[in-house]
Design a protein around this ligand. Structure first.
Ligand code: FAD
Ligand code: SF4
Length: 508
């Protein structure tokens, strides 16, 4: 009797570790759609459609390559609707007692595998360029785990943008060239979208039936669902958007949610694209003189730097990281995050776009919704649950460190040496939301004052003990302390009133 080879919904790579250990002639691949997984978190319908469609197409591909695949569809009456249940069902159907799996990027699933009453071998997921063991070795004995140092080692390890031992162009990081506000451009190329085929349409109908109340619109679905389509998306990005990626990386425009971002994260995360290949394609554009160094370096840093780094942090800190709340924030997530009314044009636009596309780019996630939640003191566990649900690329290993660490400072500074907070001025400088907002971004107090302005000082004031001694924040505290006392009192009182309104379910 052969072994069961478990393939999860984000393990859709031909070369996934478990398959490499399998024997086509005797082993059976197990893949399962499970209601239990879809309901653990109320995922955006487009995210469920993407994962289930890509799984179905991957199963077909494996069959065409000669594998035997036991695939449980969501509406199969025999489906037990949990992953553990389906593994056990297949084990008893086939008389197998051994399972080979690739390590999941989710602590709950790792525990589930450990608890199975079967012989389970869990292999490292070698699609990452830095293994969990290598990251632990890198982190050992370091006082601070700064991304920049990790990134330089990854450049050396991969040889990307290296000239011998030196970084291409003489610098490791060209971020100072990458902070330009966006200028509306009707001719800016739009990312390619993929019209749903029959399989995708079937899954869309299934998802609409099973998850009718989840936040997000299913009918707009036009993401790539196969490696071939994902490669088309990559080609398009490389050719049309990469050259402007650096310049527009931090910008935000109300009517252009994608700017020059790649929209490749869901494909890389599910295994439809290989991260090193994506970086090599970008590097080749620099060498061919078709994309500037600031764009290519910035893009590669996001993938071999940030992406690998947050995975390492997630692995190093374990499941306990998910419960961190260093700032003791307790407020419930405002209703506006689920589409409720708000007067804040920036939050409204980002939530609306999230609902329609299951996508927001990094600065929207960090400096609009993330920033507001942090300033308002929202319970990080609720912020984490939101990000994990609503984005098409959200998997625990990447979402949790980005949300809890980078965005909410809930890990007490493991990832970010200072909290990512800003007043409305930053949002105004980098985008155009303020131009159509009911609030006045220049007003520092009063009825029209931008909530980010009020809450920014409220946050700094209430977290003074924690941050006033941080050398990178001392200047901000000096600015605050120099303001007239009456003004400071006003700002704090108005921020308190705003938070009371939020708590009472009022519109902010
Ligand atoms: P681009 O801007 O084109 O960047 C290129 C690639 O770099 C991305 O495709 C992605 O693979 C990688 N990348 C960029 N930034 C990061 C980062 N900080 N961490 C990891 N990889 C990165 N990314 C996810 O993949 N899944 C998530 O669930 C997720 N949740 C986030 C939550 C918060 C609060 C924040 C602030 C960021 C989160 N990110 C997450 C990181 C980042 O916002 C997304 O990777 C990016 O917006 C995806 O869009 P893109 O493919 O157009 O990225
Ligand atoms: Fe957002 Fe404030 Fe600008 Fe309104 S004024 S869009 S709330 S930053």
């Amino acid at each position: 009797v052969g072994q069961l080879i478990l393939i999860l919904g984000d393990q859709l790579s031909d070369g996934i570790a478990a398959l490499k250990r399998a024997n086509k002639a005797t082993d059976r691949v197990v893949m399962a759609e499970a209601l239990g997984e879809g309901q653990a978190v109320p995922h955006h319908p487009q995210k469920i459609v993407l994962i289930l469609t890509a799984m179905r197409k991957f199963a077909d591909r494996l069959r065409s390559l000669g594998w035997t695949v036991d695939y449980s569809t969501l509406d199969d009456p025999a489906n037990s609707q949990t992953l553990a249940g389906e593994i056990l069902r297949r084990a008893s159907e086939n008389g197998s007692s051994a399972v080979i799996a690739t390590a999941p990027g989710d602590w709950r699933l790792r525990q589930m595998l450990e608890d199975l009453p079967l012989r389970v071998t869990v292999l490292p997921d070698d699609r990452f360029l830095c293994s969990e063991a290598d990251f632990a070795a890198w982190a050992k004995d370091r006082k601070a785990l700064r991304m920049e140092w990790f990134y330089r080692d990854m450049r050396r390890k991969t040889g990307l943008l290296m000239v011998g031992e030196q970084p291409e162009g003489g610098q490791w990081n060209y971020d100072h060239d990458n902070r330009k506000p966006a200028v509306p451009d009707l001719f800016r190329p739009k990312p390619p979208r993929f019209a749903p085929d029959e399989t995708t349409r079937d899954v869309m109908a299934l998802v609409a039936r099973h998850f009718p109340n989840h936040f997000g619109e299913v009918q707009n679905f036009d993401w790539a669902t196969t490696p071939e389509q994902a490669n088309e998306a990559l080609d398009h990005f490389i050719q049309h958007s990469l050259p402007r990626f650096g310049d527009e990386q931090d910008a935000m425009l109300r009517d252009d949610p994608f700017l020059s971002h790649s929209l490749l994260s869901p494909y890389i995360n599910l295994g439809l694209l290989d991260p090193l290949h994506v970086c090599q394609r970008a590097e080749a554009e620099y060498h061919a003189g078709r994309a500037p160094l600031n764009a290519v370096e910035g893009f590669i840093r996001q993938i071999i730097g940030w992406r690998e780094y947050v995975r390492g942090i997630w692995s190093l800190h374990g499941p306990e990281y998910l419960t961190r709340n260093a700032l003791g924030h307790q407020r419930p997530l405002p209703w506006a995050y689920w589409g409720g009314e708000t007067h804040m044009a920036c939050v409204k636009a980002v939530v609306r776009q999230t609902q329609e596309q299951a996508y927001a780019h990094h600065i929207q996630r960090l400096m609009v919704t993330g920033n507001f939640a942090l300033l308002a003191g929202v319970d990080p566990a609720q912020v984490h649950a939101w990000y994990l649900s609503v984005y098409i690329d959200a998997l625990e290993w990447v979402e949790a460190p980005n949300t809890l660490g980078m965005s909410q400072w809930a890990d007490g500074g493991v990832i970010a040496s200072k909290p990512y907070v800003s007043s409305g001025a930053y949002i105004d400088r980098m985008g155009d939301y303020c131009q159509s907002c009911a609030y006045d971004v220049r007003a520092k107090s009063g009825a029209k004052a931008c909530p980010f302005n009020l809450l920014y000082w409220h946050f700094l004031d209430r977290q003074r003990d924690r941050f006033a001694t941080n050398p990178r924040m001392a200047m901000i505290y000096r600015t605050w302390d120099k303001m007239a006392e009456a003004h400071r009192r006003d700002v704090l009182a108005q921020a308190d009133a705003l938070l009371d309104r939020l708590d009472a379910g009022g519109v902010v």
